[in-house]
Design a protein around this ligand. Sequence first.
Ligand SMILES: [Zn+2]
Ligand SMILES: [Zn+2]
Length: 163
Amino acid sequence: MQVNLLNVFTASERDYNIDYVLEQDFIVVDGRKKNLSEMINFKGTLTSLGKDDCKLVGKIKFSYETVCDRCTKDLNETVNVSIDKEINLVDTEEEFLEGSVLDLDKLIFEEIYLNLPVKTLCKDDCKGICSQCGADLNEGTCDCDDLSIDPRLAKLKDLFKEV
Ligand SMILES: [Zn+2]
Ligand SMILES: [Zn+2]
């Protein structure tokens, strides 16, 4: 969605409401394509602050299908991002601004990538899976020796045995 910031405000109306759903049905996270289970949507308001300035306030929300980083269980991650951004038309440094035209998609993706969760976990205290047999440790313990010993430490242990 492109918004020409010179055209959206009128003499009597300094607010421009946006309720927008992006067409793209996936998002790339860490180089992997994830399907969206809830489309990326943005609800917010552009407010004129004078000749060259305006402000964008609103919320981005979407969900995507992914897996738990520890136990690889399927899960649905919901992302909420609040935007509160002043936009200066003279400041052409911004990637999402081309002249007076605001590329809302670009701005939204910029904000999304700044705010994606670093870790996705099915629950905060997920115990993950056993590195040896692959058992889900949330569902109980497995029979593996949970003190999987580093070979260097194993040697050390043998030394102690000899003493
Ligand atoms: Zn998990
Ligand atoms: Zn195991």
